[in-house]
Every structure is written in C-alpha cells, then in structure tokens.
Design a protein around this ligand. Structure first.
Ligand SMILES: Nc1ncnc2c1ncn2[C@@H]1O[C@H](COP(=O)(O)OP(=O)(O)OP(=O)(O)O)[C@@H](O)[C@H]1O
Ligand SMILES: [Mg+2]
Length: 243
C-alpha cells in the first residue's frame, strides 16, 4: 500500500488551471523529487497534498488519510504529514526548544516533560542539541531551517513534504540542510521534495518528476531521468538548470 496516492488531481485558481490531472504514487520510505520551471505547479501540488489548497477534482490519500474530510480530519492528516517551506517561520520570542515543544503540546496534548524529551531527540537528529535554549535570531539561516525541520519531526510525521527549503540559503548552509534531509531519507522517511538542487535529487531521490505546465511531463528513476531525458523540455531544463 503506497504512503501517498495522488489521482487525477485538478486545481485552478480562478480561470487559471494550475494542475491539469496529476497522478503519482509514493511507496513507504521512497523519496520523490519534484523539479520544473517556475510556475509549473510544484508548490501547488505539494500544498494540495496536505490540504493547504483545496483540489477541484481528483483524489489524494496520504499517510492513511483521505483528503476532503472535515476540519478535524484535516488536523489529523496534518499531524501525520509535515511540511517545511523556504521561510522557516520560527517564533522569535520562543527558544528553539520551546518552538519545537509547542505543537506536540497544543495539537497532541503531550505533557511538557515528554515534549522536552522529544525536542531534544529531534534536535539531536538535526545536529543542534546545543541550541536548545537559544533564540532563533542567534542562529544562522541554515540552523534555523534545521530547527524548522526538527519542529516538523517532533509531530512524528509519516510523510514529509519539503518546498525549496534551501533556496534562501548560501551554498555552505544549503549543504548542512541537505545533509539533514539525506539522513532522514536514509532512516526511511517517506519524502517529497521540491528542489532546484539537481545533484541532490539525482543522488537522494528514488524517483524524480519533471513538472511542466501543470502536468507530469516526464518521470523516472532519478539517475535515468537525468542521464537520459526523453523530452526537449526536460533536456532544456537540465542543461540550463533554469529556475
Ligand atoms: N493562491 C494563488 N492564487 C492564484 N494563483 C496562484 C496561487 N498560487 C499559485 N498560483 C499560480 O499557480 C501557478 C503555479 O504556481 P506554483 O507556486 O505551484 O509554481 P511552482 O512550480 O512552485 O513555481 P516556483 O518554482 O516559482 O516556486 C503560477 O502561475 C502561480 O502564479
Ligand atoms: Mg514553488
């Protein structure tokens, strides 16, 4: 049973059809990379997967939840599906530890001592245990992004969605965030990531999907897809690495 099933998803904003019948299926522990030009629908697809955008038609099953239920069902889905964006949005007035402990306490009602334990564990995972009592503005961009990932992991998600989490970082800080994501992948997390890091997609993603004009234009095992693009559009994209 796949962990993520997307079937014939259509999504429009007004008259603009952004997703034109997208289907994909991700097995447990698989890592999918979504690549494609700006405006091709990558973020929209990701946002549809955890109910941040409402789909017009089609079907989404993710981490054992079916999209389209009531608010309670959606909240439950979101505890199992973590999403991390380019902007980390940590609360500036809370310490790193407090930022991470917040959702497990409020959403899951976990006791404070236990959330502290969880926070330490996920901070350890992203290599930032020593920053537990620091405030976000005392951290580099890469460290803040790793805290944002840790915050998401504290909910014990079954699936993680990443939308260009390294786009705002310089190369050095990008590397440390990619390393964290690679560790997660190796530990068996099911992940879908929108990325401009082609080398990372090729190395870490089991499968890469090239989106173009709201459709899956080309897809395949990452190494094959990059080595041997079948369409002019993907050849062009890979060659120029256009954003
Ligand atoms: N909330 C919205 N309202 C109206 N149009 C939107 C909305 N969100 C996205 N769009 C439009 O949908 C299209 C796809 O946007 P999307 O953000 O999914 O692209 P993307 O592939 O993630 O691009 P990028 O690489 O620049 O992040 C774009 O034309 C965009 O302007
Ligand atoms: Mg985007």
């Amino acid at each position: 049973m796949p962990e993520v099933i997307v079937e014939k998803v259509h999504k429009s904003f007004g008259a603009l059809e952004v997703l034109k019948g997208v289907s994909l299926s991700v097995g447990r522990g698989e890592v999918f990379a979504l690549i494609g030009r700006s405006g091709s629908g990558k973020s929209t697809l990701l946002r549809c997967m955890n109910g941040l955008e409402k789909i017009n038609s089609g079907h989404v099953e993710i981490a054992g939840h079916t999209l389209g239920g009531d608010a309670k069902a959606l909240r439950s889905l979101r505890t199992d599906v973590g999403i991390v964006f380019q902007s980390y949005n940590l609360f500036p007035h809370l310490t790193v530890g407090e930022n991470i402990m917040l959702a497990p306490r409020i959403v899951k009602g976990i006791a404070k001592a236990e959330t502290q334990k969880i926070a330490r564990e996920v901070l350890q995972l992203v290599g930032l245990l020593e920053k537990f009592d620091s405030y976000p503005d005392q951290l580099s961009g890469g460290q803040q992004q790793r805290v944002a990932i840790a915050r998401s992991l504290a909910m014990r998600p079954k699936v993680m969605l990443f939308d260009e989490v390294t786009s705002a970082l310089d190369p050095e800080l990008t590397e440390e965030v990619l390393t964290v994501m690679e560790t997660l992948a190796r530990d068996g997390m099911t992940m879908i990531l929108v990325t401009h890091e082609m080398a990372f997609a090729r190395r870490v993603a089991t499968k890469t999907i090239f989106m173009h004009k709201g459709t899956i234009w080309e897809e395949g095992p990452s190494k094959e897809l990059f080595a041997n693009p079948q369409t002019q559009e993907l050849r062009q994209f890979v060659k120029s690495d256009v954003k």
